[in-house]
Design a protein around this ligand. Structure first.
Ligand code: CP
Ligand code: NVA
Length: 313
């Protein structure tokens, strides 16, 4: 496996390896400072980022490498240079490319032409590196035995909902996604992909529209923003109205198990998708989750660089 372009690229063994290594990097961040010594990693973003940029730059530094942050508008790609040519040039300077942009097809295209590992740091369809941080956090709280537990995402049927289903499917989990029906439901292709993986892993994937039924007896309630970076401002009023019943409130948390946790990839909007008393309350693990963005990206760079991920083949 050369690249991490999509969550579905990962095998269960890859995820286990990455989570184990990331747990180790949490304890000993400077364990492998020779891994990227004298090497550079390009971080190319055409969307905003707080966590992913900080995590990526820190992860590269902790592996002994040099991060090169490239904003979309600074490259000639914004003036018509092709993705293929850009990928070939970056491959001559960097040892890996971490990329955040709109279209998944652009990331796929970079992966096709780059001779170095390309890592998806969020597209409109997926967010694989986030899901690794999420599952490391889940493991720290509940351990590796997830049987009998229900892991529930409530909100917009966006990139996070897609990735939530896919990663749950890979890990054999019981995952639930509750979104409004129609326009804001998850992409049917993402549901099919997760269901296909679930057949092999024994996972259970439920796609619902009822937030109360979804929350009931869950070990995790997960939330994300209602307006994503890829969304047009013109849909704001209509979308926020459709999503209003999907806010994670204390009443919804009261339906979950006594040991349940609240998760959010962040950034969060208190009073919109989540109540302040929930995200700032005792069940919230959002800061640990954010912290693990670095440990998991460090693990991805480490293992991709050594050619140690097999991929979902
Ligand atoms: N969760 C996440 O990807 O955060 P940023 O958009 O700040 O990178
Ligand atoms: N769905 C959000 C995730 C942010 C980390 C977005 O794409 O903006």
């Amino acid at each position: 496996m050369k690249d991490l372009l999509r969550t579905e690229d990962l095998s269960r063994a890859d995820v286990e390896l990455l989570l184990d290594t990331a747990a180790d990097f949490a304890k000993n961040p400077l364990r492998s400072t020779d891994a990227l010594a004298n090497k550079s990693v390009a971080i190319y973003m055409t969307k905003s980022s707080t966590r992913t940029r900080l995590a990526s730059e820190t992860a590269v530094a902790h592996l002994g490498g040099h991060p090169m942050f490239l904003r979309g508008e600074d490259l000639q790609i914004g003036r018509g240079e092709t993705i293929a040519d850009t990928a070939r040039v970056i491959s001559g300077f960097a040892s890996a490319l971490i990329v955040r942009t709109f279209a998944q097809s652009d990331v796929d295209e970079l992966g096709k032409w780059a001779t170095i590992p390309v890592i998806n740091a969020l597209t409109d369809d997926d967010h694989p590196t986030q899901l690794l941080a999420d599952w490391l956090t889940i493991r720290e709280v509940f351990g590796s035995d997830i049987s009998g537990r229900k892991f529930t995402y409530i909100g917009d049927g966006n990139n996070m909902a897609n990735a939530w289903m896919t990663m749950g499917a890979i890990l054999g989990a019981h995952v639930v996604v509750a979104t409004p029906g129609g326009k804001w439901a998850p992409n049917p292709l993402a549901i099919t992909t997760a269901e296909k993986i679930a057949k092999g892993s024994g996972a259970k994937i439920e796609v619902l529209t009822d937030p109360q039924a979804a929350a009931k007896d869950s070990s995790v309630l997960y939330s994300d923003v209602w307006m994503s970076m890829g969304d047009s401002e013109s849909v704001r009023t209509e979308k926020l109205a459709a999503l209003a019943p999907y806010a994670i409130t204390q009443e919804l948390m009261n339906l979950t198990t006594t040991d349940s946790i609240f998760m959010h990839c962040l950034p969060a909007h208190r009073g919109e998708e989540v109540a302040a008393e929930v995200i700032d309350g005792p069940k919230s693990v959002v800061w640990r989750e954010a912290y693990h963005r670095r440990t998991t990206i460090q693990a991805i760079l480490y293992h991709l660089n050594r050619g140690e991920l097999t991929g979902n083949i």
